[in-house]
Design a protein around this ligand. Structure first.
Ligand SMILES: [Fe+2]
Length: 281
């Protein structure tokens, strides 16, 4: 196995179902290797060139549009339910790319870093396939609707530094999933959509561990560079990056995912500062 080369191939694969299946395959192959072979796979593979990727491999459809141009639909109708599952499938498709890119782009990290992100990519592949299957049950498919174009932006904006990537992608963007999932699951259950709710519950449980992976490696890099994590986080959240902060926060799930009380207080403070500054302007 050539870890980085193989990850790049999956990252560039444009067929979403194949991409999802290949992620699961990559992690299965990794688990079949012993510790020495894994270490060797990283050393051999680490010599290959890291490409700047403007975009990962993705299908022609869905068409990508600005989030504000996506129609808002309530969950009460069949069309609304399909729109929700479609948007979640799109998020999972992007999550596959983000996990693969995290391990592909940032080399010289411990074996456990590679293993963590291979596992995350495999989970995201499973999530995508579950939602893909649910869309078929609802009489639709991934690509039937438009999707928003913002998700890869953060990958491009953070591809120069693993510290910035870990701080802003798993700890800000992905952590947001922990806040929104429980009320969404509740709503689906009230509407009697147990099938979608069951999938979302599975995704939610996995996502807590994914945010935890981001937290672990953020702290690892801070320690390696002798930086104070909370101060770095505050610096990175100054200005536009705070636009991604949106209360209410799922305090318990965030603690479980490895945030500490100080950071959770900081997130609230930065959100309030950002709101105050945008009201002034
Ligand atoms: Fe996911």
């Amino acid at each position: 196995m050539d870890v980085f080369y193989d990850s790049e191939s999956v990252l560039l694969c444009a067929d979403p179902v194949k991409k999802a299946q290949d992620c699961i395959g990559l992690y299965t192959r990794w688990l079949d290797m012993n510790a020495a072979t894994r270490q060797q796979a990283i050393i051999d593979s680490g010599r290959s060139v890291v490409r700047v990727l403007d975009a990962p491999g993705r299908p022609d459809k869905p068409s990508l549009v600005a989030a504000k141009n996506l129609p808002r639909r309530g969950l009460g109708t069949a069309a609304g339910r399909i729109a929700l599952v479609h948007s979640l499938a799109h998020i999972e498709f992007n999550a596959i790319n983000l996990a693969l890119d995290a391990l592909y782009r940032f080399r010289d990290m411990p074996v456990r870093y590679v293993e963590d992100w291979l596992r995350v990519a495999s989970d995201e592949g499973e999530h995508f396939l579950l939602l893909h299957g649910r869309l078929a049950e609802l009489g639709s498919h991934y690509g039937a609707l438009d999707a928003h174009d913002g998700l890869w932006d953060m990958a491009r904006r953070t591809d120069h530094d693993i510290l910035v990537r870990m701080a802003l992608v798993p700890r800000i963007l992905e952590a947001r999933g922990l806040d929104v999932a429980p009320p969404m699951i509740e709503k689906l259950l009230q509407l009697g959509d147990h099938e979608t709710a069951t999938i979302l519950r599975r995704i939610y449980t996995d996502e807590i561990t994914h945010v935890e992976v981001g937290n672990r490696w953020f702290r690892h890099v801070c320690e390696a560079r002798s930086l104070d994590g909370t101060a770095v986080f505050r610096d990175l959240l100054r200005g536009e990056n705070s636009a991604y902060l949106r209360s209410p926060y799922n305090h318990a799930a965030r603690l479980q995912a490895g945030f500490n009380e100080q950071e959770l207080a900081l997130i609230k403070e930065m959100e309030a500062d950002y709101k105050a500054s945008t009201m002034k302007n």
